[in-house]
Design a protein around this ligand. Structure first.
Ligand code: PNS
Length: 183
């Protein structure tokens, strides 16, 4: 069987532990897995596309057959342009199924040769979604164990710009300059 290239499309706003779990599973199943971020989503995102690319690149650096890319327009057209034979999507609970089935069948109508493969993330992530992570973080709640540490930090920085300056290992350049002038 030619396991070829698969595409894992989504918004990833932000990437969660559930996404990473699926990326890891997908990377074992396919020769190459392209994690593709939709550029022109109607939703107003919390993280810019550039920020999401940076986070995902950092988080997937250990998997040599995983590549991060972006796309616009129809997913099937993008999949064709990179010669992907499969679309990978995660199903966490029965509530995901209806939307995912609709999307898979529409994609099949648009491009009959492209197969959709569904995988389940680990059960401990079965309630985790980017939307709920954003909601909890915005209300000041903890998102530890739901997202990787690097994403948790980015969420904190995004929601509280002063957070970065309070970290002991981050040098406050303005203070450093003031100290130098006094000396
Ligand atoms: O993470 P999400 O938001 O559930 O991902 C949805 C996504 C990006 C996979 C889907 O909206 C998509 O493929 N959009 C691209 C436009 C498209 O091809 N639409 C027809 C699919 S039915």
């Amino acid at each position: 069987m030619n396991r070829g290239t698969a595409i894992y499309p989504g918004s990833f706003d932000p990437p969660t532990n559930g996404h990473l779990d699926l990326i890891e599973r997908g990377s074992k199943m396919f020769e190459q897995l392209v994690v593709a971020i939709l550029r022109n989503s109607e939703k107003s995102p919390m993280f810019s596309v550039a920020e999401r690319i940076e986070m995902l690149r950092q988080l997937t650096a250990d998997w040599s057959n995983v590549r991060i890319d972006t796309f616009d327009g129809l997913m099937v057209e993008y999949a064709k342009s990179i010669d992907a034979m499969c679309v990978l999507r995660g199903i966490r609970a029965i509530s995901d199924y209806e939307y995912e089935l609709q999307m898979a069948l529409m994609n099949r109508k648009l491009e009959p040769t492209l197969e959709t493969v569904f995988m389940m993330p680990a059960v401990k992530y079965s309630y985790v979604s980017s939307r709920l992570v954003r909601e909890v973080a915005q209300a000041g709640g903890p998102v530890k164990d739901l997202v990787p540490e690097a994403v948790e930090q980015k969420l904190r920085e995004k929601l509280d710009p002063a957070y970065k300056l309070r970290q002991p290992n981050v040098v406050d350049l303005s203070k450093a300059r003031r100290r130098k002038r006094k000396a």
